[in-house]
Design a protein around this ligand. Structure first.
Ligand SMILES: [Zn+2]
Length: 532
């Protein structure tokens, strides 16, 4: 009986630890900052999954005890060792913040591969030579950690009974639209790279929409983003002040620290471009991904659509959610990554199409004075190929996504032309950062890490194009600027202070200043680097 009870506690605790990563996302709101809020079904699913895996482990252990064969015991210990990798992985990612891109960034793929191979070898030796001793010690740890199960179950139960509303967005009351007022559509393509889009674009890649904008408006050849991280760039751009540090606090707040300050402040109460536009009597709209905009900036937006990723199984019923939780376990092993990449691509494509829908609706609505769209492309996963088609089989690459960004721009332009608002709207197109070294949709550790494109170094610049309402005139602006000025620029256009291309050029020249995020050499005048 004692043995049975011990086996039961061990099995349930191990099952619970295997799902630690799923649990953390459900019980810690900060861990779900960039995710959709969980549904009641997701809590039930993980509880069921723990119960099912616990039952499987318990019966398996009983069979092993009955078999009494050394080989069976040895196999059981191997399975135990493999299962232990799951909670260890959860600790690595969630507690130590050592996600794979961070590790690759810090140590390079080969150091990492070597370390993993050495660790694997060490584990293999331990298991082969001292499997019984290892299993005994690890089993003690699992039993010692068993109180964790009732703690996360209770926390999960409490959270399930106190669910927050899905979007958290209430919406600011619509203001009466005024005809004849300037109107701005601000498009931010995530990870749109200046070098590959303009400076050293491969000859075969045609980006007619970006070229057209360049031929009809202002093109800043040396625009620097405030940060190479989305989570810092976006608040910088929207508040108009460079952000040095940004940390989620729960799932509906981002604590930001501006450069030159030591105090973190809640982003939700900081002045932003939308609040300023509303004070000017304009309706505002935002369509975005990755950041829970609607939960944070809700009071300043007449229309808001945050496209956040869910747990992945939210579309199906309870059964598919439980299955999804089990699949989550497979993701951690080499071949599981392929499954995950395929799912990520499918999800990105769905998200992009939904965003295009929302974006077209907002950009063509003349009642909205300021529309901001934070596109999820050309950021990985790479869902498009340079052959101008969806690439759900993994044959896409960054350049393909770049082509998709150009196509998207074209679709939005056509929609705005059909609605008769294209010529009367000022369009700003830019990015939160250029292409980063870690921008790969396959985890580099497991081999399949195609270089996106050969490149000698990273170019921090981002595209910065402004098509001024009513004008079709190319202006190239070569002096360095920080895109942090976008917020004030948008307000100057909305306030009627910039009407002609010359006004625009002069305004930018007067208001560009050295900002953190710009390389030191950017303080000097004149173009930096090669540019066609
Ligand atoms: Zn980004």
């Amino acid at each position: 009986m004692n043995q049975l009870r011990r086996d039961l506690i061990f099995s349930l605790s191990l099952a619970n630890l295997c799902f630690l990563r799923v649990w953390i996302a459900l019980v810690d709101p900060s861990a779900r900052y960039s995710l959709a809020r969980p549904t009641r079904k997701e809590y039930v699913a993980v509880m069921l999954a723990v119960g099912i895996l616990g039952a499987i482990l318990f019966s398996g252990l009983a069979l092993v005890r009955r078999a009494q064969r050394p080989l069976v015991w040895w196999l059981a210990r191997c399975i135990f060792a493999v299962l232990l990798l799951l909670p260890l992985n959860a600790v690595r990612i969630v507690s130590l913040h050592l996600a794979m891109p961070t590790l690759v960034d810090r140590f390079g793929p080969w150091v990492l591969r070597g370390t993993v191979a050495a660790l694997g070898l060490l584990c293999a030796v331990v298991i082969v030579r001292w499997s019984a001793a290892f299993a005994r010690m690890a089993a003690i740890v699992v039993v010692v950690l068993s109180p964790l199960a009732p703690i996360v179950f209770a926390t999960g139960m409490w959270r399930m009974l106190h669910l927050q509303p899905q979007s958290g967005y209430v919406g600011a009351s619509p203001l009466t639209p005024q005809t004849g007022r300037p109107r701005v559509v601000w498009l931010l393509f995530d990870e749109l790279d200046e070098r590959l889009a303009f400076v050293e674009r491969p000859a075969f890649l045609k980006l007619p929409e970006l070229d057209r904008l360049r031929a009809e408006g202002l093109f800043a050849a040396n625009a620097f983003p405030p940060s190479h991280r989305t989570v810092r760039s976006l608040p910088s751009l929207l508040t108009g002040k460079a952000v040095f540090e940004a940390k989620p606090s729960g799932d509906a707040e981002l604590m930001i620290t501006y450069h030159g300050s030591t105090q973190a402040v809640p982003w939700s109460v900081e002045p932003n471009v939308f609040a300023r536009a509303r004070r000017e009597g304009l309706n505002t709209a935002l369509v975005g991904w990755y950041i829970p905009y609607c939960r944070i900036l809700k009071g300043d937006l007449t229309f808001c659509a945050s496209h956040l990723v869910g747990s992945g199984g939210e579309a199906g019923g309870l059964g598919s959610l439980v299955l999804h939780d089990f699949r989550e376990l497979v993701y951690w092993f080499p071949l599981g990554w392929r499954l995950r990449s395929a799912e990520d691509r499918a999800r990105q494509r769905r998200m992009h199409l939904r965003m295009l829908d929302d974006a077209s609706r907002a950009a063509t609505d003349p009642a909205l004075g300021l529309v901001f769209i934070h596109w999820c492309i050309p950021h990985a996963p790479f869902v498009y190929s340079t052959r101008d088609r969806w690439a759900m089989d993994g044959s896409g690459d960054y350049l393909g996504n770049l082509l998709l960004a150009d196509r998207t721009l074209g679709e939005l332009r056509e929609a705005m032309e059909r609605a008769g608002v294209w010529d009367s709207t000022t369009l700003l197109v830019s990015s939160d950062h250029g292409l980063r070294a870690t921008a790969q949709d396959v985890v580099p550790l497991w081999g399949d890490a195609r270089q996106i494109v050969d490149r000698p170094g990273i170019d921090p610049r981002v595209p910065f194009l402004v098509k001024l309402a009513g004008y079709k005139m190319p202006v190239t602006f070569n002096s360095p600027l920080s895109t942090v000025l976008s917020c004030d620029l948008v307000m100057a256009v909305l306030g009627g202070n910039i009407a002609t291309p010359e006004d625009l050029r002069r305004w930018i020249d007067r208001n560009r200043r050295y900002e953190p995020g710009m390389p030191a050499s950017a303080q000097t005048q004149g173009p930096i680097g090669r540019h066609p």
